[in-house]
Design a protein around this ligand. Structure first.
Ligand SMILES: NC(=O)C1=CN([C@@H]2O[C@H](COP(=O)(O)OP(=O)(O)OC[C@H]3O[C@@H](n4cnc5c(N)ncnc54)[C@H](OP(=O)(O)O)[C@@H]3O)[C@@H](O)[C@H]2O)C=CC1
Ligand SMILES: O=C(CO)COP(=O)(O)O
Length: 346
């Protein structure tokens, strides 16, 4: 099997490195911290991000980006969305061979409203890669690292390239599907983090399963509304990278977005919550991006707007729930049936 470079030794990068090592690839894991690289090579653990999980010695960690990517047929980018431009800037200096670039990050950039694959394409000259692929779906690192059954989807502009990434990762515990809808796959993964913050807030306030089910279904409706306005296929949101990821993130205490929301619902201030997490909470930046996008495109996203007000305008969570519950009466499926009708007539 060939050499694969995984960039980002947080929880998800380390878990994906494990899947690749299980598939007998030659895995080189890059971290920007020399101390962490040394610790992983010495202890075969990544205590901070995946405590207790034993890493095989076939995973070699390093903070030397050039040596990590040298000769790698595949480069997997798994840093937080916020760090993606910076890491791509470093990567383009050291990429020599034409590789397949896959990212597994979930976010949208505030200000530019770019999806992660668009950020990568902007930063890395196209002669350095065959295609940019996204890997997304309901997949907490903690469960993947225990080899518990997990399903994800890969997508790219060229479906054959996504199929190569499917081959790279698929195994008996990690089932990989393909999708031609790159936009829908990336947006589903990014936008579900906003709703997961909301589910955490709801739980933190002491509301029950009814409220959470409402957030998941009405959240999906507004994800599909924004996603479709950006060119996604609405059906993608009923798949693994839409409702699948929404369920896993809104209902699991593994989710950092849910955990952060839960603390907010209990009344802790955002800055304190983020500091205590020590891991990335992508939903915060993506809420800002989605809120701005929705305003610009005139797309109605009441839950996202409410979460934006809690995060950035110090709105009281209970007041926001009250406002959501007393909005003007609507037909439940109004916008989704309109979208589907339009698609059918295309
Ligand atoms: N965890 C999960 O279960 C899943 C996560 N994802 C997505 O994967 C992406 C990464 O998340 P995850 O691994 O969980 O995040 P973590 O917070 O666990 O780890 C992030 C890693 O990125 C590193 N990093 C941060 N900034 C930079 C930088 N400027 N240059 C280089 N490295 C940097 C961090 O290093 P440092 O220690 O120095 O901060 C850390 O090693 C996110 O977009 C997330 O949504 C997707 C599916 C599942
Ligand atoms: O995307 C994830 C699972 O699919 C992980 O979600 P969190 O970033 O909220 O932990």
């Amino acid at each position: 099997m060939g050499k694969v470079a995984v960039l980002g030794a947080g929880s998800w990068g380390t878990a994906l490195a494990l899947v690749l090592a299980d598939n007998k690839h030659d895995v080189h894991l890059w971290t920007h911290r020399e101390t962490l690289a040394n610790e992983i090579n010495r202890t075969h653990k990544n205590e901070k991000y995946l405590n207790d999980v034993e890493l095989p010695s076939s995973i070699k960690a390093s903070n030397d980006l050039a040596s990590v990517v040298s000769g790698a047929k595949h480069v997997i980018l798994v840093v937080p969305t916020k760090a993606m431009r910076e890491v791509c800037g470093q990567l383009k200096q050291v990429l020599n061979d034409k590789t397949i670039l896959t990212h597994a990050s979930k976010g949208i950039e505030p200000g530019t409203f770019k999806r992660v694959s668009e950020v990568i394409r902007e930063e890395i000259p196209s002669h350095l890669y065959e295609d940019v692929v996204v890997l997304s779906g309901p997949s907490h690192a903690e469960e993947v690292s225990l080899r518990q059954p997990t399903t994800v989807t890969v997508s790219s502009k060229e479906l054959e390239v996504a199929e190569k990434v499917q081959d790279l990762f698929i195994n008996r515990q990690f089932r990989v599907y393909t999708s031609p809808d790159l936009v829908g796959v990336e947006l589903g993964g990014a936008l579900k983090n906003i709703i997961a913050l909301g589910a955490g807030i709801s739980d933190g306030l002491g509301y029950g399963d009814n409220a959470k089910a409402a957030l998941i279904t009405r959240g999906l409706a507004e994800i599909a509304r924004l996603g479709t306005s950006m060119g996604a296929n609405p059906l993608t949101f009923s798949g693994l990278t839409g409702i699948g990821d929404l369920i896993v993130t809104c209902t699991s205490s593994h989710s950092r977005n849910w955990r952060a929301g839960n603390k907010l619902g209990q009344g802790y201030p955002l800055d304190d919550v983020l500091e205590q997490m020590g891991m990335v909470v992508e939903g915060v930046r993506t809420t800002k991006a989605a809120y701005q996008l929705a305003q610009g495109q005139n797309v109605e996203m009441p839950i996202t707007s409410g979460i934006y007000r809690i995060l950035f305008e110090s709105a009281e969570p209970r007041d926001v729930v009250d406002q959501l519950m007393t909005r003007i009466r609507r037909h439940e499926m109004e916008d989704l049936t309109n979208i589907l009708d339009e698609k059918m007539n295309e």
